[in-house]
Design a protein around this ligand. Structure first.
Ligand SMILES: C[S@@+](CC[C@H](N)C(=O)[O-])C[C@H]1O[C@@H](n2cnc3c(N)ncnc32)[C@H](O)[C@@H]1O
Ligand SMILES: Nc1nc2[nH]cc(C(=O)O)c2c(=O)[nH]1
Ligand code: SF4
Ligand SMILES: [Mg+2]
Length: 243
């Protein structure tokens, strides 16, 4: 039964570069799953959960996903990023991670830290991205504490884990500071928020926001170990899907 379990997939694309967070710049393929337990006001991938792309969802086995990755990426990749939506809704992702590792592929995951899955322990680069007030979502810190507790309990906490908080405004920055202070031992990234997800993202606007965020970090003694990044893919390709 385990083997044939299906994964709802919305996109398989790449090779491209990871545009965000702890392995920014890394050449990677993306597998984007459907469905999310959140509805962030500014979600740049709302098609994964708002029903607008429901006809594009394919129920795929791990083998089928691997075949598609090979078909489009051929021998030009050795890294796969699983994002969504929230991949942590899906137990069946475990089979995909195992298969990718068998093939010698490194695996990264993007999730918001609202749900634990045992397969988190197998991920080479796990990014947890709790959501600030501007998203309209509320962080369940007990859940997030539990996730870090479970990761730490297992010797593989040595695998790369990071926190990434998107910041749009002062209130979000305060939230980011609180998150970083709560988990001081976890690599911490601040990411510029893209508020123009409906139209074309303006590079000038994004760079101004990056400068604002850099200045906030520079001024803040609690942020001495934080790293600030833009979404590199948005600077290059704007809001285009599949890059
Ligand atoms: C689309 S989400 C999918 C994975 C998971 N649901 C999550 O939120 O972590 C991937 C990343 O994009 C970020 N993101 C989504 N919309 C954004 C926006 N408008 N500006 C900047 N980052 C955004 C999220 O915070 C998350 O770190
Ligand atoms: N190039 C590129 N980098 C990304 N990093 C995180 C992404 C995501 O949507 O999860 C993403 C994406 O969609 N494209
Ligand atoms: S948690 Fe991630 S995928 Fe879900 S709504 Fe928020 S940004 Fe979008
Ligand atoms: Mg994205």
């Amino acid at each position: 039964m385990e083997k044939a379990r299906k994964i709802p997939v919305l996109e398989v694309f790449g090779p491209t570069i990871q545009g965000e967070g702890m392995v920014i710049g890394q050449k990677t393929m993306f597998v984007r799953t459907a469905g999310c337990d959140y509805q962030c006001s500014w979600c740049d991938s709302a098609f994964t959960w708002d029903g607008s792309a429901k006809d594009e969802i394919k129920q795929m086995t791990a083998e089928e996903i691997w075949n598609e990755l090979k078909e489009i990426g051929d021998n030009r990749f050795n890294h796969v990023t699983i994002s969504g939506g929230n991949p942590a809704l899906l137990s069946s992702i475990g089979s995909l991670i195992n298969l990718l590792h068998e093939k010698g592929i490194e695996v990264a995951v993007e999730t918001q830290g609202s749900i634990w899955k045992n397969w988190f322990l197998d991920i080479d680069q796990l990014t947890l991205s709790p959501k600030p007030p501007s998203s309209g979502m509320e962080t369940n810190f007990e859940k997030l504490d539990e996730i870090f507790h479970r990761l730490k309990q297992n010797s593989n906490f040595g695998k790369e884990v990071s926190l990434k908080v998107v910041v749009f405004d002062e209130e979000d920055f305060q939230y980011a500071r609180d998150v970083h202070t709560r988990y001081p031992e976890v690599s911490f990234f601040l990411q510029v928020g893209n508020s123009d997800i409906e139209h074309e993202a303006s590079t000038k606007d994004l760079l101004e926001k990056l400068e604002w965020l850099v200045n906030k970090v520079v001024e803040s003694p609690e942020m001495n170990h934080a790293r600030v990044l833009p979404q590199l893919h948005t600077l290059i390709w704007g809001n285009k899907r599949g890059v």
